[in-house]
Design a protein around this ligand. Structure first.
Ligand SMILES: Nc1ncnc2c1ncn2[C@@H]1O[C@H](COP(=O)(O)OP(=O)(O)O)[C@@H](O)[C@H]1O
Ligand SMILES: [Mg+2]
Length: 220
């Protein structure tokens, strides 16, 4: 599904990754751990083609990706939830944001409207269509962001700190949604209980590299 080889990346002259390698198989449910500032979000952005590595290979869905065109092809298929919802939501209303992906993928306005209604209902957000995006609470923005991702019917999810700003009830709803989705995903989270309940494999980022992590590292 996703394979990174010998990735080198830095912001300016400051190197974040010198030789990063990562392999994710179809259907895997992975938790990515790592301390603040170690490069987890940067890694997601490299996978999604939002940041170009200095060197190394990014292979996604069986094809090496280098150009913007290569990545635009995967953006609907790999659903990415940004760490900051304000990076995800850019339309005035919820319906416009959630319909954006489906319309872009060729659905008619009628189809897109049905997709929006179905997706919002699955997250218990029915009736949110005409809400003003920037006036939503942090938790509501998080769920609407997830709706924009799920509306594209992705094959795999990458979720960057999905529970930040969510209350317990909403976190439970997210856990149920993920479990029932049947999808593979990689989740970045510091919420140990959430990680325990949603993933079957743990990895961690340390000194710019990915390594296996032990479940008891969640007990700390
Ligand atoms: N746009 C940027 N320009 C310069 N430095 C950045 C930028 N984005 C992130 N960084 C730095 O790169 C490091 C990794 O950041 P990030 O990937 O956001 O870490 P994490 O998601 O693991 O907390 C941090 O030290 C951060 O300050
Ligand atoms: Mg981050």
């Amino acid at each position: 599904m996703i394979q990174l080889r010998n990735i080198q990346f830095g912001y300016g002259s400051r190197l974040i990754f010198d030789d990063l390698n990562l392999k994710i198989e179809n259907g895997e449910r992975i938790g990515l751990l790592g301390s603040n500032g170690c490069g987890k979000t940067t890694l997601c952005h490299i996978i999604m083609g939002l940041l170009p590595p200095k060197s190394g290979d990014v292979e996604i869905l069986g094809k090496k990706r280098t150009k913007e065109y290569d990545f635009s092809e995967i953006r609907g298929r790999i659903g990415f939830l940004f760490q900051d919802s304000d990076d995800q939501l850019f339309c005035p209303t919820v319906i416009e944001d959630v319909a954006f992906g489906p319309l872009n993928m060729g659905q008619s306005p009628e189809q897109a409207k049905r997709t929006v209604a179905r997706t919002l209902a699955s997250l218990k957000l029915s009736g949110f269509e005409d809400r003003i995006t920037y006036k939503l609470s942090g938790g509501e923005k998080r769920l609407v962001s997830l709706a924009t991702v799920l509306a594209m019917n992705p094959e795999f999810l990458i979720l960057d700190e999905p529970t930040s700003g969510l209350d317990e009830k909403t976190t439970e709803r997210l856990i149920e949604t993920l479990k029932e989705s049947g999808l593979g995903y990689m989740i970045i989270s510091h919420d140990r209980d959430f990680i325990k309940r949603t993933v079957t494999k743990l990895i961690q980022m340390k000194d710019g590299r990915i390594q296996a992590a032990e479940w008891n590292s969640l007990e700390m």
